[in-house]
Design a protein. Structure first.
Length: 533
């Protein structure tokens, strides 16, 4: 059986030396070589009669190399798991170790050296309620609920091409012609695109457009034709040009087509479509078709065998058929149900966003309070190997290191709160879920064989699946118990206010990141100039 010895370095790496004795691999190698001998078709020899010495000469080194690599890696993974080492990444062969001379005639012992990154010992600071962070108690306003309902009704409504603008809900297909002064620019942009009237920022311009018809034109600042939050997307979605393209802001807008949007009328069926049958039934059960009525409806309207006489004017019949009339009682019940359920959905989504925000703030504070050194030499090599040898930028390296540190802190917090989920826990969850979905008996040995095939397939599809799932579970577990390690200062906010807060923080963080990047680039330019000078 292979043995492993460990030597820790001062730069947070472990050198693992795997000793494989000839007894550990010779039996398996001989069996594989004998199988080759039985199957080999070599000129001058009958099948199965090739001398073993000849087989070893041709296949021996590759068979031994495969066996040694498989044995070494299998033993490394087992050793790391059994010893509960706090490692990051995967074992990498130590650089500059002598090339092994594989002996195929007389088997010998081999030693292989691997390095792996270590997490430093950590006495986590900040778990003594020394951190106070603002969080949010979400209030869902009637206006926010109605806004979502209006959006949904609009999506489910009718669309009809018309000759003149009728409302702010209308969509315009337009030709966008770049101007130079008051005239089209020579060789300027000329693009066909879509504009939603409700998104137009300039209210005076919006009022003007509401008086226009198909074929009319107007001049406008291109950035005022979209919502303020969409300004950064003008190049990509409105003009279809790259980031380097230069153009004037003023465009002549020619209306090619106008699509009028009529919102759908609230009904029991629409409520079912929006929130699902089970939830909708609580509010509008009396207005929904019963199962036997649905069967009859399907039989009549579906693939029936009824013969339709040729004399029937189907087109005329369709025009005479009346649409289903939605009673005031049905509309009122569906509206009430929609408001209630949409309000609950908005509150749940906002509370989840607030929890994620709080969790991110806690992790930032803990990372600030705790210095977590890592082995630069190992991680740069590890990233390069996993990036197929391509050079790693400083930005990618720093982001990766930040993620590793954050995961390490997350694991430490989860253990402190006694809610830690290990990789073996994730595997057990996956196994139980697979058995249940596949209807397998856990006591049957063949069930495990099927699971192992599924597991290997999952790892081939996404080799980091287990780590991602572990991190997700630990994140969820810690998020639910944050009040045990920090002081939470609750502030009542509406969903609109929460969105504004999150948007502002995101933009500030992005601006800070861009400023830092600009400073670093400027420092590099100065350094280069000094070297050249």
């Amino acid at each position: 059986m292979p043995t492993i010895t460990r030597r820790d370095t001062e730069d947070l790496r472990a050198i693992l030396t795997v000793h494989i004795a000839k007894e550990d691999y010779e039996k398996s190698v001989n069996k594989k070589l004998n199988d080759f001998r039985k199957k080999a078709h070599l000129k001058g020899f009958r099948k199965g009669q090739v001398p073993m010495s000849y087989v070893k000469k041709i296949y021996g080194k590759s068979v031994i190399a495969d066996e040694l690599n498989e044995l070494a890696y299998k033993e490394l993974i087992k050793y790391i798991s059994d010893s509960d080492m706090q490692t990051i990444g995967q074992p990498l062969p130590v650089e500059d170790q002598p090339m092994l001379e594989l002996e195929v005639r007389n088997y010998i012992d081999y030693d292989f050296e691997y390095e792996i990154g270590l997490m430093p010992p950590l006495d986590l600071k900040g778990l003594d309620k020394s951190i106070t962070i603002d969080s949010f108690d979400i209030e869902v306003t009637d206006e926010a609920v109605q806004e979502e309902i209006d959006k949904y009704l609009k999506q489910q409504g009718d669309r009809k091409e018309v000759d003149e603008v009728r409302s702010e809900n209308d969509l315009l297909m337009v030709n966008l012609i770049e101007l130079e002064g008051d005239e089209p620019k020579a060789d300027g942009l000329n693009k066909h695109s879509m504009v939603a009237i409700e998104d137009i920022q300039n209210e005076d311009l919006k009022k003007q457009i509401l008086t226009l018809k198909k074929g009319d034109t107007f001049d406008a600042d291109i950035y005022e034709l979209v919502a303020e939050s969409q300004s950064q997307d003008v190049r990509k979605y409105l003009l279809s040009v790259d980031d380097e393209a230069e153009f004037n802001n003023t465009f002549r807008v020619e209306i090619a087509t106008i699509t009028h949007m009529s919102p759908a009328e609230m009904s029991a069926e629409l409520l079912v479509d929006a929130i699902g049958h089970e939830k909708a039934e609580k509010h509008v059960a009396e207005f929904l078709l019963k199962e036997d009525e649905e069967d009859i409806q399907e039989e009549i309207g579906g693939d029936s065998d009824l013969d339709i006489p040729e004399v029937v004017d189907l087109e005329g019949l369709g025009e005479e058929m009346e649409e289903k009339v939605i009673s005031p009682e049905e509309k009122e019940a569906a509206t009430k149900g929609m408001k209630e359920e949409i309000g609950l959905m908005i509150k749940e989504q906002s509370e989840n966003a607030a929890k994620d925000h709080l969790m991110n703030k806690v992790m930032d504070e803990l990372l600030e309070k705790n210095d977590i050194p890592l082995s630069d030499s190992y991680f740069k090599r590890w990233l390069t190997i996993n990036n197929e040898g391509r050079e790693i930028s400083d930005e990618v390296y720093e982001n990766t290191i930040k993620t590793i540190r954050a995961n390490f802190v997350l694991d430490a917090v989860a253990k402190h709160l006694d809610v830690y989920t290990s990789i073996s826990d994730v595997e057990a969850e996956m196994r139980n879920d697979y058995y249940e979905r596949a209807g397998l008996d856990p006591e049957n040995p063949t069930s495990d064989e099927q699971f192992q095939k599924f597991y290997e397939m999952m790892m081939q599809y996404d080799e980091s699946f287990m780590i991602k799932r572990q991190s997700q579970l630990n994140n969820d577990n810690v998020k639910d118990k944050l009040e045990e390690i920090i002081i939470i200062n609750k502030k009542k906010v509406t969903t609109t206010e929460l969105n504004d807060i999150l948007k502002t923080e995101y933009e500030e963080a992005k601006k800070k990141e861009e400023e830092q990047k600009a400073k670093e680039e400027e420092a590099i330019e100065v350094e280069v100039e000094e070297m050249e000078g």
